[in-house]
Design a protein around this ligand. Sequence first.
Ligand SMILES: Cc1ncc(COP(=O)(O)O)c(C=O)c1O
Length: 391
Amino acid sequence: MCEFIFNQFLKKDLDFDSELFDLLKANDIIKFHQSLDGYAPTALVSLNQMAEKYGVNEILVKDESKRFNVNAFKPLGASYAIYRLIKKEWEEKFDSQFKFEFLFDTVKMSKLGTFVFSAATDGNHGRAVAWMANRIGQEAKIFMPKDTKQARIDNIEKEGAEVVIINGTYDDCVREVSIRSKENAWYEVGDTAYKGYTEIPTWVAAGYSTIFNEIKEILDKGKFNIPDIVFLQAGVGAFAAAGTGFFRMNYKDKNIKLVCVEPIEAGGFFDSMKFGDGEAIEARGKMETIMAGLNCGIPSTIAWPVLKDSVNMFLTISDNYAEDAMREYKKAGIISGESGASGLAGLLSIMNNKKLIEAKKKLDITKNTNILLISTEGDTDPETYNKIVAK
Ligand SMILES: Cc1ncc(COP(=O)(O)O)c(C=O)c1O
């Protein structure tokens, strides 16, 4: 099953006057990531056989499975947000500039005391917060929904973090972590913005701009085509907001079509577009999907306005498309997990499902079309991954 809706609120000229856009414009975020040990740009690969199979000119994929050995793109957001949070503490306390390298200077860091970072997660964001906390010798408490796969819990505990299982959904974890962080004076590093909590999620989203800056650097060299269509998967929408914002700002005259992909059972942005009358609403689905990283019901308050202004089409897909996409990626030599493969799953649904012929036409997908996908994770749950790709 899949459904699509074109954006009735799409703006031709975006208002780039917001903190997120200010950060997306600056180049100090990629410089921060480059300063971290183990930084390397992830690969941007052209999938020729797949392009041929689907009758388009080019399919590019940015493979985030090797990002800092965390198997997903998420460390980019968590590391930048933690850096900004500590920088803010330092500069308020000492009235002097905090530099990137201070994070790893135990003498300097000890002047600030200790930090406990907390986050709600379906897996990848929490792992990234735990990873960054571990790198700078601080504690992390990660809240996860009850149905979380053991492999995802293990990956977080391996970083020395405490995992707290909540008897509810991801959105229940967001509520719980907010309450407990206030009670315990923990530093909440959330990727979901909500009323009264926007600064840190803005830093998280802005951190993802490094992916798009790396893509732009390669496109600028002319080796590949500038995409006509970009597929961006959404959970709370921070990743898609960074991507859509980046493309609208940097490729203003190119008329790139942006497609937001979500699971049909957790389509907060799709449902907001269809039923929300311009406002973000909670997803109407059952919140049951193998795309764990996208299983979020409530759109982030900083992501919705950006997506509402800039995404051309909102698309929801059922799990079988994600499974097909994982297998397609495997054939092309890319290991991509359930959420990681969802951008390609969106493309497959348009190419394979006759009910989406109208979407294909409106997006103007022809033999000349160039497509960009981001595989946002590797096999973050290896057991499930192996079962699916073996089918
Ligand atoms: C692999 C993967 N892809 C995409 C996303 C979506 O990111 P966001 O929640 O910012 O929309 C997530 C979120 O956890 C994820 O884990």
